[in-house]
Write a protein that binds this ligand. Structure first.
Ligand SMILES: NC(=O)c1ccc[n+]([C@@H]2O[C@H](COP(=O)([O-])OP(=O)(O)OC[C@H]3O[C@@H](n4cnc5c(N)ncnc54)[C@H](O)[C@@H]3O)[C@@H](O)[C@H]2O)c1
Length: 334
């Protein structure tokens, strides 16, 4: 069993949204970090500031390739596994299933050999269409029809969760499973990949219609990235997190339609949000689609064991995110 030393951390997906924000937190707290990313969805700009830092080593490589980990000449205290392919909204299910299954298996094999703690990124999507609001970590997961490709993501992450817990039981190293609820903030991807707020901000900046899938009454809770990173960090450093599953999210529920209106207000533009409702069957190009109509976490467990509570309010976080995205988009708009 690994010791409680958490100084040396391997972060997969380090150039992505959460990975690059976590990197800053780890470096600021004196950790030594090795980061892996194949730059398929992440950007080198996200980690540029740290490329020459003495406590950071970046390796551009694919975690699905077993050679990537075999060639690592390091031992670690903790692996934080964030690399994944996210939701296949209307396609790409093969990438999602392959990267999330094979990549995670490779990481767990590596953690097994090194007997080090492994913190794994899961998702709120595993609760699927469960009616048990707010979602509790020991509650049921209600996944829809296999002919709906979007469930491939939830299923791949549920597979990861089960594999991690089975490895922990059979091979004796600790794992922590984190179910993130819609994180947003600086370094978020500027397309759908980054979440609805990315697209809505982009449309407002470009004075375009805001596309909303369905009727906009579906709800989410959005979590500012500093809060998400704090949840990850506490899971890394606290031994009492070992073996547990945690919801990492904020609790303020908002409909997608209200989110679009909030962002329009934040933009300072005086006109009404120009919203276009798009029926699901129009976007899914003939594929079946099912949405999650309410998604709210119960964060009691994260609060009790990790001392985690989201601190940044929705309006404040969205203001900061709007300003950041505006600065990123400025050149494109000139
Ligand atoms: N951001 C959220 O709100 C959210 C919500 C739920 C779950 N998650 C999970 O958290 C993790 C991080 O999410 P994110 O928002 O930072 O996503 P992201 O796409 O910004 O980051 C993932 C990173 O992994 C890299 N990557 C992908 N496949 C790889 C491979 N085969 N080898 C090496 N690198 C690879 C990408 O280039 C990217 O930089 C993911 O596992 C995701 O499923 C995130």
């Amino acid at each position: 069993m690994s010791s409680h030393n958490t100084n040396k951390v391997l972060v997969t997906g380090v150039a992505g949204f959460l990975g690059s924000n976590l990197l800053k937190k780890l470096i600021d707290n004196g950790h030594q970090v090795i980061g892996i990313d194949n730059l398929s969805m992440g950007r080198i700009e996200n980690i540029q500031t740290y490329l020459d830092h003495p406590n950071f080593n970046f390796i551009e490589a694919d975690i699905v390739d077993p050679g990537t980990l075999e060639n690592l000449n390091h031992s670690f205290d903790v692996i934080t596994h964030l690399a994944a392919f996210k939701i296949p909204r209307y396609g790409n299910a093969v990438d999602t299933l392959t990267i999330n299954a094979k990549g995670t298996e490779n990481i767990l094999d590596y953690a097994k050999e090194n007997q080090c703690k492994c913190v794994l990124a899961s998702t709120s999507d595993v609760y699927g269409m469960s009616p048990d609001i707010p979602f509790k970590e020991d509650g049921n997961c209600l996944i829809g029809n296999s002919q709906v490709p979007r469930w491939a993501y939830a299923v791949s992450k549920l597979f990861d969760e089960h594999l991690a817990l089975a490895y922990m039981e059979d091979y004796g190293f600790p794992v922590v499973l984190l179910r993130f609820f819609g994180s947003y903030g600086p370094h978020q991807h500027l397309t759908w990949w980054g979440g609805p707020q990315s697209v809505f901000i982009d449309c407002i900046l470009r004075d375009q219609e805001i596309p909303i899938h369905g009727d906009g009454s579906q709800t989410r809770t959005f979590t500012f990235v500093d809060d998400t990173v704090e949840g990850i960090y506490q899971s890394i450093i606290r031994p009492e997190a070992n073996g547990e599953i945690f919801n990492i999210g904020a609790n303020q529920e908002i409909t997608i339609l209200e989110l679009a209106q909030l962002l329009k207000r934040i933009s300072g533009q005086s006109n009404e949000a120009n919203i276009k409702l798009i029926p699901y069957d129009r976007i899914s190009k003939g594929r079946k689609y099912q949405d999650v109509m309410r998604r709210v976490p119960d964060t009691t467990k994260a609060s009790n064991i990790l001392g985690f509570t989201a601190k940044v309010g929705l309006e404040e976080g969205m203001k900061r995110t709007f300003e950041w995205q505006k600065s990123q988009t400025k050149e494109a708009l000139q």
